[in-house]
Write a protein that binds this ligand. Structure first.
Ligand code: FAD
Length: 479
């Protein structure tokens, strides 16, 4: 008789409730514990998982296998094609290995939930723990027992509940047996990957980033977090997205240095805690409203929006060729590194959906295809918020001005210069608003009088603003 740990979006040994439960079960029942991860390349393609994220996952699978070997737990990488292949595989596997319990962590996305449901219906003895959030979806409800549709009351209730909870991350389980041989290099087959080497891998690395951030930067987070040239945010999103780090570990680390953070509104660490709560809000929404996983507008009034969806303009946006340096530098940061600063995610999302009137789903999909921290709940939430059709969204008539956003959040142009080196010699005024220079298709770099192949603005800000207000006016009633 065996017990099985099935890793999914929880690629860690520490604070992993499913792994701890599996180890406890094995110890109490004197059974052996095996661990697996199931690669599903075709499913990943259908979900538009970014090649850089798949590379990051593969690196963590290898580290996980090493860590498990040191605990005496054998690990196997299984290669299937789609989620549809999983129930039959699991049934056969459980029979062949006499597995009587399978432990795994719940996932909030609909296809993942349906896969688990199909496994349970096929008779697989699957035990699911619910810990992709600190407070499980369905446990933070309004007075009528429903899910909140506005962030502020959700966060208040979240804090009320969290304040009464002991927030104690679980340790790495004790070894179950002697160290076993480390597995050979594990590789996903039939999977397009792109190097994630810019991000150091491992639970230790993730914890280091977290603790350095909390000790050195969290106090200034409120002032610094909107400036992409400043390294003022935690950069832990790639680790949270694949579960190398848990939400409970983040909140516990924060409480260690700021014990008042949950109850005291004036705590210097409160702004950052709020961001973790936004993450939980979007995950709770995904579970409460499964249509979100299918990319439906949260506000169905938005089904009436007549998006322009010009493919050439979309390509220009993707490639960072809109003629608005702040937008283009941001898109190049995404294309080159697989990550983008939050302020810029808001700026480029607003630009795509409002200035270009391109359906938010196009941008959401492009982000998923590129982001190392791609996460359906946060990405869907962020895009719908930006487009004005989401839950507790930015109102449709609030349209970011890319010129003033640039002046405000990259005042000396250093972020723009980093990602648009061809504009390095431009003066600061032109860097924020090149169309002020008014050359039809090419702008002249003023200092050296050399021509820079940088496109003219794809759309005039004021004209685009008026157009967006007219088209998005269908959201008026619901706003
Ligand atoms: P910090 O500012 O240090 O915040 C700490 C953590 O809180 C983050 O790692 C993240 O897990 C969470 N968080 C912060 N802001 C948000 C937010 N607005 N919504 C939800 N969670 C948040 N985040 C993703 O993890 N994956 C995505 O695919 C994603 N897509 C986005 C798309 C758009 C259009 C927008 C506007 C935001 C998106 N975000 C996404 C949220 C946010 O931009 C990133 O989480 C953040 O930039 C990550 O950097 P950090 O780890 O330094 O964050």
């Amino acid at each position: 008789q065996n017990v099985l740990m099935w890793f999914r979006q929880d690629l860690r040994l520490a604070d992993n409730q499913a792994l701890t439960a599996a180890c406890d079960w094995a110890r109490e029942n004197g059974t052996a514990l095996k661990a697996i991860y199931i690669a599903t390349p075709t499913q990943w393609q259908q979900h538009d998982v970014a090649p850089v994220q798949l590379d990051f996952i593969e690196r963590h699978i290898n580290l996980l296998a090493q860590g498990l070997a040191s605990l005496g737990i054998a690990f196997e990488l299984i290669q299937l094609d789609t989620f549809a292949d999983v129930p039959k595989f699991m049934l056969d596997y459980c029979q062949q290995h006499s597995v009587t319990r399978v432990f795994a962590g719940k996932e909030p996305e609909i296809n993942e939930q349906l896969r688990d449901q199909a496994c349970i219906e096929s008779g697989i003895p699957l035990v699911l723990t619910d810990e992709h959030c600190l407070l499980a979806p369905g446990s933070v409800l309004n007075l009528s027992g429903g899910m909140y549709k506005v962030f502020t009351p959700f966060s208040r209730k979240w804090r009320e509940i969290a304040a009464r909870k002991a927030i104690l991350p679980l340790a790495v389980p004790a070894p179950l047996g002697p160290v076993i041989n480390e597995p050979q290099q594990l590789t996903f087959i039939n999977t397009l990957k792109l190097s994630s080497a810019l991000w150091a891998a491992g639970e230790g690395q993730a914890k280091r980033l977290l603790s350095e951030f909390i000790q050195q930067k969290v106090q200034d987070y409120k002032q610094d977090r909107d400036f992409p040239a400043i390294d003022g945010t935690s950069s832990i999103s790639p680790y949270l997205a694949i579960g190398v780090l848990s939400s409970r570990q983040c909140v516990a680390a924060l409480l260690h240095h700021f014990p008042e953070v949950i109850v005291d509104d004036t705590s210097p660490a409160r702004t950052w805690l709020n961001e973790l709560i936004w993450r939980e809000f979007y995950r709770h929404l995904l579970v409460a409203f499964p249509d979100l996983s299918k990319n439906h507008n949260f506000n169905r009034q938005a089904d009436k929006v007549q998006w322009r969806n010009n493919p050439d303009e979309f390509t220009a946006w993707c490639e960072g060729q809109t003629g608005y340096p702040i937008v283009d530098a941001a898109m190049r940061q995404l294309n080159q590194t697989g990550w983008m600063h939050n302020r810029l995610r808001m700026v480029v999302a607003s630009f795509l959906t409002k200035h270009l009137l391109i359906d938010w789903r196009w941008g959401e999909r492009y982000f998923r295809q590129k982001l190392i921290d791609g996460d359906l709940a946060a990405n869907n939430g962020g895009w719908q918020w930006s487009a004005g059709c989401g839950c507790d969204a930015q109102p449709y008539f609030r349209i970011f001005n890319p010129i003033s956003q640039s002046e405000k959040f990259d005042p000396d142009g250093s972020f723009i210069r980093k990602y648009l080196p061809e504009l390095a010699s431009w003066g600061i005024k032109q860097l924020h608003q090149p169309s002020a220079a008014k050359t039809p298709s090419l702008f002249e770099a003023p200092l050296f009088n050399t021509q820079t192949a940088y496109p003219s603005a794809i759309v005039d800000h004021s004209t685009a603003r008026v157009r967006a207000l007219t088209v998005l006016g269908v959201l008026k009633k619901a706003a």
